[in-house]
Design a protein around this ligand. Structure first.
Ligand code: ZN
Length: 221
């Protein structure tokens, strides 16, 4: 930042306490804060783009190394390394399944890779955030189901039931209040309090109400 005190976009800090000076100083500070925050955001965006590029290059390098390993197995007339293929498929989800299939010559391609390497079983944390762990079994990578333990499932059901009950009660209370207010407006209308008026307000009754020609009240705001 250069010190360009006095320029229209960056006025000097106020010397007197006049409200105009304070407002201008606040404005300048807020604009400066926004520019600074945008600069940080831009740097973070560049870092993300660079990291993505590095990740993509590393992934391509893995694909190439897999192909070389596949060729080496072929040249040595060895069966394809099932454990390595399994680890590549399950432990490295960013290594493309079609590249694994191609490198190790899986007949039928990526679609037959999962049945070939077998399902994955590993301990995962409960999605409910309780800290418990459980065994998740996946048959292929696209199975993204989150596991929630019985305790968290019960908690979630109970919370949902409580929420529903609260909403129902709230709605019932609101409807009862509405009916009460409407009948108060109608009673006042019958006494001629709002004679000749369509839109009515009353200090004791919330909202603005419309009276139809039968004296029925309907809230309009
Ligand atoms: Zn849980």
């Amino acid at each position: 930042m250069t010190d360009d005190a006095g320029s229209p976009s960056n006025p000097p800090p106020p010397t007197a306490g006049a409200p105009d000076d304070l407002a201008a100083a606040l404005l300048a500070r807020c604009e400066g804060d926004l520019a600074g925050a945008l600069e940080v955001l831009g740097a973070a965006r560049d870092a993300v783009a660079a990291a993505q590029q590095r990740h993509e290059s590393a992934r391509q390098a893995v694909h190439k190394a897999m192909r070389r390993l596949g060729h080496a197995h072929q040249a040595a007339e060895q069966p394809m390394p099932r454990q390595t293929m399994r680890s590549l498929y399950w432990d490295h989800p960013d290594v493309r399944a079609d590249e694994i299939a191609k490198a190790f010559e899986v007949r039928g391609g990526a679609g037959l890779l999962a049945p070939l390497v077998g399902p994955d079983e590993r301990e995962v944390a409960c999605a409910g955030g309780c800290g418990r762990t459980m065994v998740r079994r996946k048959r292929n990578r696209t199975d993204a189901k989150m596991l929630t333990c019985e305790y968290c499932q019960r908690e979630a059901q109970q919370a949902a039931a409580e929420r529903r009950a609260w909403l129902e009660q709230h709605e019932a209370d609101w409807n009862a209040a509405y009916d009460r207010w409407a009948s108060q407006v109608e009673a006042l209308a019958a006494e001629g309090v709002f004679s000749g008026r369509v839109l009515v307000e009353h200090p004791d009754i919330p909202g603005v109400w419309r009276l139809d020609r039968h004296g029925r009240a309907e809230r309009v705001d």
